[in-house]
Ligand binder design. Structure first.
Ligand code: PDD
Length: 277
C-alpha cells in the first residue's frame, strides 16, 4: 500500500520516521480513524473537525487545512484502490532533541495510511460481542484522540485473554465507554449513552447513532449510567468507525437482555447501512 508522509506518497515499507520523532519517544501525537465506503470518505468533515480539536487541546500545529487533508486522504484512498478502506491519520509534534518541553520551530510529522476495511457482516454483528467490564485506568483527557494508547492496548489484550472482544470502562462507579468504542444501552425502548465530557471520546459514530435515532423517532439521549444500568439493560451496543454499531450479547459472563442482538439494534443497523450510500 501507499502512505502519505510529510508531503510524499511512498510505498508503506519505505516510509521512515526519525527515532527522535516525539510520537515514538513520548506518544506525543493525535490521530483519527475513518471509514471509506465505495471510495468515499465517510463523515470526513466531522473527523477533520475532531482532529482540529485534538490538535488545539494539545497545542500542536496543524500541517494541513481541511482541503489539504481532504486532498491527501482522497489521494491515498485512490492509490490504494478505492472501495472500502479504513484510513488512519496521525500528527505528531515532530522530531527534536529529547526534552519533554515543546520544541521550537519543529514541523509536525503527518502520516496518512489506509488498509482494506471489511465491514462486519449482518450475521457477524447479530452474533454479538462478549465484553468484560473493568475500572478505567486512563488519564483525565480521554476526549483527546491521542496516540498514547498504552492503557487501551493493555485493556484489549486483557479482553482477548478473557475470551472477550472488548472492555467496558467504569470510572468512580460511572460507565464511560469501551477501550476502543463508545457505548449505548437500551432500556424500556429508550436509547441511552454516557454524557460527553473529559472521560470519553466524542465518537463520530456515537453522534451519527444519536442522529439516526432522532430520524427514526426513537427516544435517545445522554444519561449518567452505572453498573446497575448495564446489568438491567435490554440491549447494549458498542459504536466505532471501523465496527459500526455492534450489539453486545454477553457482559461479564452473563447474557445481556435475551442474550441475542435486539430489535432496536436491528433498526439502527439498517439505518446505518442506508446512510453509507
Ligand atoms: N477508535 N472511544 C475510543 C476510546 C476509541 O478509540 C474509539 C475509536 C471510539 C469511537 O469513536 P469513532 O466512532 O469516532 O470511531 C470511542 C478507533 C476506531 C481506533 O482507535 O482504531
Amino acid at each position: 500500500p501507499t502512505v502519505y508522509l510529510d508531503g510524499l506518497y511512498l510505498p508503506q515499507g519505505e516510509a521512515r520516521v526519525p527515532v527522535l520523532d516525539r510520537g515514538f519517544i513520548f506518544g506525543d501525537g493525535v490521530y483519527e480513524v475513518l471509514p471509506v465506503y465505495a471510495g468515499e470518505p465517510f463523515r470526513l468533515a466531522q473527523h477533520l473537525e475532531r482532529l482540529e480539536r485534538s490538535l488545539r487541546l494539545t497545542a500542536m500545529a496543524n500541517p494541513h487545512g481541511r482541503e489539504g487533508w481532504e486532498r491527501v486522504i482522497r489521494e491515498v484512498v485512490r492509490r490504494n484502490g478505492g472501495g472500502d478502506q479504513s484510513v488512519y491519520l496521525q500528527v505528531t509534534r515532530g522530531a527534536a532533541r529529547r526534552d519533554h518541553a515543546f520544541p521550537d520551530d519543529t514541523p509536525p510529522t503527518a502520516l496518512v495510511m489506509s488498509s482494506p476495511l471489511t465491514p462486519p457482516s449482518a450475521e457477524d454483528l447479530a452474533r454479538g460481542a462478549e465484553v468484560i467490564s473493568r475500572p478505567d485506568p486512563r488519564w483525565l483527557h480521554c476526549d483527546i484522540k491521542t496516540t498514547s494508547l498504552l492503557p487501551n492496548v493493555l485493556l484489549r489484550q486483557e479482553a482477548l485473554e478473557a475470551d472477550a472482544d472488548e472492555v467496558i470502562l467504569v470510572r468512580d462507579g460511572v460507565v464511560t465507554e469501551a477501550a476502543t468504542a463508545n457505548l449505548f444501552l437500551v432500556r424500556d425502548g429508550r436509547l441511552l449513552t454516557p454524557q460527553q465530557g473529559p472521560h470519553l471520546l466524542p465518537g463520530i459514530t456515537r453522534d451519527l447513532v444519536l442522529e439516526l435515532a432522532a430520524d427514526q423517532g426513537i427516544p435517545a439521549g445522554e444519561a449518567a449510567l452505572d453498573r446497575t444500568d448495564l446489568a438491567a439493560a435490554d440491549e447494549i451496543w458498542l459504536t466505532s468507525s471501523t465496527r459500526e454499531v455492534r450489539p453486545v450479547t454477553r457482559l461479564d459472563g452473563r447474557p445481556v437482555g435475551t442474550g441475542e442482538a435486539g430489535p432496536l439494534w436491528r433498526r439502527l443497523h439498517t439505518a446505518y447501512q442506508a446512510c453509507k450510500d
